[in-house]
Design a protein. Structure first.
Length: 87
């Protein structure tokens, strides 16, 4: 249960920073979703360069890589002119 709360907190922080940098307006729910998706993408990218510890399946992305992943998601979202769903 604590992992889920931690994912939401990291997702919120990463989403808030990414949407502030990109000057976009989103609801709180979509900000958290953006941060969590950014964290997953950041984790996948870091997994390509360094493997997780022995016995671990996942690589913790960290807050900086989560923010970079969220920025990448927002950049691609804007580039393809997609709309963010209304809250």
């Amino acid at each position: 249960m604590l992992h889920l709360i931690w994912y939401i907190i990291v997702g919120l922080i990463a989403g808030v920073v990414a949407k502030s940098v990109m000057h976009m307006h989103m609801t709180l729910l979509w900000t958290i979703v953006l941060g969590i998706v950014g964290s997953i993408i950041g984790g996948l990218v870091t997994h390509l360069f360094s493997r997780p510890r022995e016995g671990g399946q996942f690589h913790p992305a960290g807050i900086i890589v989560s923010i970079l992943g969220a920025l990448l998601v927002l950049f691609l979202w804007h580039k393809f002119k997609l709309r963010i769903p209304a809250g």
